[in-house]
Design a binder for this molecule. Structure first.
Ligand SMILES: O=c1ccn([C@@H]2O[C@H](COP(=O)(O)OP(=O)(O)O[C@H]3O[C@H](CO)[C@@H](O)[C@H](O)[C@H]3O)[C@@H](O)[C@H]2O)c(=O)[nH]1
Length: 460
């Protein structure tokens, strides 16, 4: 499990298994492991992080190990480099088996289609862990459904797939959205299409685990079980805990929030994979300026979130004079921002999000109304679902080319933060929070997952 996904998931999912008495080895690359929260001492006897150095591939910047470290056009190179971990994983597994420590399961990310054959050679079953919106997996569909109903043109992704048996609005609305999904079906610089990775995985794994739950996506797991012909297990929303003081040092972003009035700030972040151009960042900046509200903006450096010289690059990313004109009511940060803690802060009142599934889930915990600015993959489908739930409004876009402008940003931000409509959105978001805040209920999803792992371990 690479990068930002692991950062969000390790505390609840992996620690949740260790807390139930299971020994867990968490394999990832050194830099991704270093970004993870430390293992609590009471779990350290059962949970260990195992670093597998990432092989070099041409064109991948030094030190890049996750999608957050590279611009969108290099994301496939991260997958290609990750594919080079097949031999180290095989060696790790062979050693474990030889030492009498054969794992009961390997649980892995969607893109590692090479894991099940290696695991199968040692008689170890695999489970795929899907961190995207589960409905998106149903929208993509299994291989057999795509063979029966081929989707060749981008227009084919603008309609609800025939294999969704109940009334649904799940379809792309704009050409740019459909194009990003159609691209998943084509071979890319990693040498394998994303759909081939996912399909090979589904065909070989025994279970598919989803970061979701019935309260958020009712009916979806029965459909996925049916479509993919293997149990679809919701693991719950796996909210990471709020860590506000890292090593006792309160981050500057949180100190800035401490000085703002309650619920006055919109937190702005667009995740790690949205294809951001200077034009997009400028319109977003000018829209925030026009909206006239307080904001905390975690800007992803297009060169990679962890690039050095993060602050120097702001001059290139932002419109001239933007920071001076918004000083006092806005803060822009280009490095890592503790998003979960920023969202949970009392000064934050709304979230402008790209609708990545991780960010969307994190918003549920705080009951924030959303300004929806989706770009690619599952994000447009998540945005539509959030708008249908009445918890957010989407930034207006040109229906043909998908572009947006500062006026659209300002209008959506004001609808959520200033206008009367914002109160209804906030109230709906709080209702959703109430539905999901039952930690006992969320823990039963992990208990059910453990039960499934037990039950399906011996089956072929
Ligand atoms: O400065 C930062 C930047 C990110 N994060 C965290 O990083 C994660 C970002 O995840 P997400 O919101 O899912 O965004 P992406 O990284 O863009 O997610 C990719 O993967 C998701 C599934 O895992 C998909 O839903 C998205 O479409 C795809 O872009 C979240 O937990 C954030 O809290 C921080 O804490 N601080």
């Amino acid at each position: 499990m690479a990068g930002v996904r692991a950062h969000a998931l390790v505390p609840r999912a992996v620690q949740g298994l260790a807390a139930r008495g299971h020994a867990v080895a968490f394999l990832s690359t050194p830099r991704n492991l270093a970004r993870l929260p430390p293992v609590p001492p009471h779990l350290s006897p059962r949970l260990r992080f195992v670093p597998l150095p990432l092989p070099r591939v041409d064109g991948l910047p030094d030190g890049a190990e996750s999608t957050a470290d590279v611009p969108p056009e290099k994301i496939e190179l991260v997958k290609k480099a990750m594919d080079g971990l097949a031999a180290p994983l095989a060696a790790f597994l062979a050693d474990a088996v030889a030492a009498g420590r054969r794992p009961d399961w390997i649980v892995h990310d969607f893109c590692h289609h090479w894991v099940p054959p290696i695991a199968g050679g040692h008689g170890v079953p695999c489970a795929a862990f899907m961190t995207v919106y589960a409905a998106f997996v149903a929208f993509l569909g299994p291989r057999w459904a795509n063979v029966e109903h081929p989707r060749a043109a981008t227009e084919d992704f603008a309609v609800v797939p025939r294999w969704i048996p109940f009334p649904s609005t799940i379809a792309c609305r704009r050409r740019s959205e459909a194009e990003s999904i159609a691209a998943l079906f084509r071979a890319n610089a990693s040498g394998v299409s994303d759909m081939d990775r996912a399909w090979q995985l589904f065909e070989c794994c025994r279970l598919a685990i989803y970061r979701s739950c019935d309260e958020v996506e009712p009916g979806m797991f029965a459909l996925l079980t049916d479509l993919l012909q293997k149990p679809a297990i919701p693991a719950g929303i796996l909210l990471p805990p709020v860590i506000a003081d890292e090593d006792g040092d309160r981050p500057e972003t949180l100190r800035w929030l401490d000085d703002q009035p309650p619920k006055s700030v919109i937190y702005v972040a667009l995740g790690s994979e949205a294809p951001l151009t200077p034009g997009i960042l400028h319109e977003l900046a000018l829209g925030l300026e026009l909206a006239g509200v307080r904001f905390l903006w975690a800007v992803r450096n297009p060169a990679g979130m962890f690039s050095a010289a993060n602050d120097a690059i702001k001059d290139e990313l932002l419109p001239a004079g933007f920071e001076e004109r918004t000083r006092g009511r806005g803060l822009v940060r280009t490095g890592w921002v503790p998003q979960v803690a920023a969202l949970a802060h009392g000064a934050t009142g709304a979230f402008l999000t790209h609708c990545g599934w991780g960010s969307t889930i994190e918003s549920f915990a705080c009951g924030h109304p959303l300004v929806l600015l989706p770009f690619v993959l599952d994000q447009p489908l998540v945005a539509r679902a959030m708008a249908e739930k009445g918890v957010g409004v989407e930034v207006a876009r040109d229906e043909t080319d998908g572009s947006f402008d500062r006026d659209g940003v300002a209008a959506a931000v004001r609808r959520v933060m200033v206008d009367e409509e914002g109160k209804a959105l906030a109230s709906n978001a709080m209702k959703l929070r109430e539905l999901l805040k039952d930690q006992g209920r969320q823990e039963t999803y992990i208990d059910d997952l453990v039960e499934h792992l037990r039950r399906y371990r011996g089956r072929c």
